[in-house]
Design a protein around this ligand. Structure first.
Ligand code: SF4
Ligand code: SF4
Length: 389
């Protein structure tokens, strides 16, 4: 494992994401703790010291899990990062907050009470890294709300030593990140963004990266292989890469792209299976950045995928769907069919109602939740029509 630095802290270049832990079934709450612990143990014993979670991950179970999983190791040998769910709250009276989107139905709380709850869940008395979760155009009013005073409160926790380093994750535009950093100059020490060679173009991650570096901060990467999409490329594209580096997996190409960006400190990977972490640890044994020619090749591969619906399979949308549709899997099939992979439609066969886009009633319960701003009901409608033909 090689290491980088955030605000003077030596962090492993590969970080362990805890949003896609192995589960017993499709219910994200049901973490398979034995398998997940095996992954964490492998991560720890192979030098990974950065562990990322959030209030919402696995419907709140991720924080419980990772706190327990890491508690067997000395507290000063690992760094824990979690996030405040300001993108999923509504403001009530007297500092009370309610929850919405993926947290609908959770009991009302307050900003300090959420923070306290997180410390308890994670079994720690301080967080090494603490982030505002998903600063974007929709969540910005909550994060800037003077009465709630979220940033002010977190700064006070930093002064009290219960937060070591403050940052934020962002799905907003480069302009929004720029103005947020300018407004809070000196407050935040790192920014977590979705970054990979496809989003470099598709979601203008290039501009976001450049803005963060311009402010002198380090980048923590999420979705480096785009929820696994860049780990399985269409045959034709994979053949182009294999011609240059036979034997290298598509995931390794995606991760090497990130190793070539000097502002990137940690690349998070939400590893679900032991094989994934074994391969990723090997990729991060030492830096192996892509060459200029290889970067150009990846740019061409990305060009072939620009028409894809940019789903990262985060599953934020599935919980509230009254038809229990497997939305990310349906979108994966839609992307495949749209891009000439006729085998992709096979995943819809077998009469599994959860995989049937024609069952979407267009209720809109999934609208507005998606961090990628995907118009899910429109995709369902279009896919249903495509399948009728
Ligand atoms: S619009 Fe369709 S996919 Fe979205 S929640 Fe409603 S039924 Fe589910
Ligand atoms: S459609 Fe959006 S919310 Fe749903 S899994 Fe994909 S990226 Fe996540």
């Amino acid at each position: 494992m090689y290491y980088n630095e955030i605000a003077g802290v030596k962090v492993s270049a590969l970080g362990m994401g805890n949003m896609r832990l192995p589960t017993f079934d499709e219910n994200e709450k049901n973490i398979d703790r034995e398998k997940a612990q095996e992954i964490i143990d492998y991560a720890y014993s192979h030098g990974i010291n950065y562990y990322d979670t959030a209030y919402r991950y696995h419907s709140g179970q991720s924080e419980f899990f990772i706190g327990e999983a890491l508690s067997k190791y000395p507290r000063d040998t690992w760094y824990l990062a979690t996030k405040f769910p300001g993108h999923m709250i509504v403001k009530k009276e007297n500092g009370v907050i309610g929850f919405t989107s993926g947290l609908t139905g959770w009991p009302d709380s307050t900003v300090p009470a959420v923070f306290e709850e997180q410390l308890n869940k994670c079994k720690v008395d301080y967080f090494d890294f603490y982030l505002l979760h998903n600063v974007n155009e929709k969540s910005l009013p909550m994060y800037l709300d003077e009465d709630l005073g979220i940033v002010r409160y977190l700064q006070s926790e930093k002064e009290a030593g219960r937060i070591r380093h403050l940052g934020f994750s962002a799905h907003g535009s480069a302009e929004l990140i720029d103005s947020f950093l300018t407004r809070f100059e000196g407050v935040f020490e790192f920014v977590q963004i979705q970054l990979n060679y496809l989003d470099w173009k598709l979601q203008d991650a290039k501009s976001k990266y450049e803005v963060i570096v311009k402010h002198g901060l380090k980048v923590v990467v999420m979705e480096g292989v785009r929820g696994g999409r860049l780990a399985k490329l269409p045959e034709e594209q994979m053949a182009k890469l294999s011609a240059v580096r036979p034997g290298d997996s598509a995931a390794r190409w995606a991760l090497r792209f990130l190793q070539s960006l000097p502002g990137v400190a940690v690349v998070l990977s939400g590893m679900t299976a032991l094989e994934q972490i074994v391969e990723n640890v090997e990729t991060f044994s030492e830096p192996c950045p892509v060459t200029e020619e290889e970067k150009q090749l990846l740019s061409e591969v990305a060009d072939s995928m620009l028409s894809w619906v940019p789903c990262t399979a985060c599953r934020y949308c599935t919980e509230g769907c009254p038809k229990q549709l497997e939305i990310p899997k349906i979108i994966a099939a839609y992307n495949g069919v749209k891009n000439g992979d006729m085998m992709a439609s096979y995943s819809l066969e077998g009469c599994d109602p959860a995989m049937d886009p024609t069952r979407c009633i267009g209720c809109g319960a999934c609208t507005g939740i998606c961090p990628q701003n995907i118009a899910i009901p429109d995709i369902m409608k279009e896919f249903a029509q495509m399948l009728k033909k």
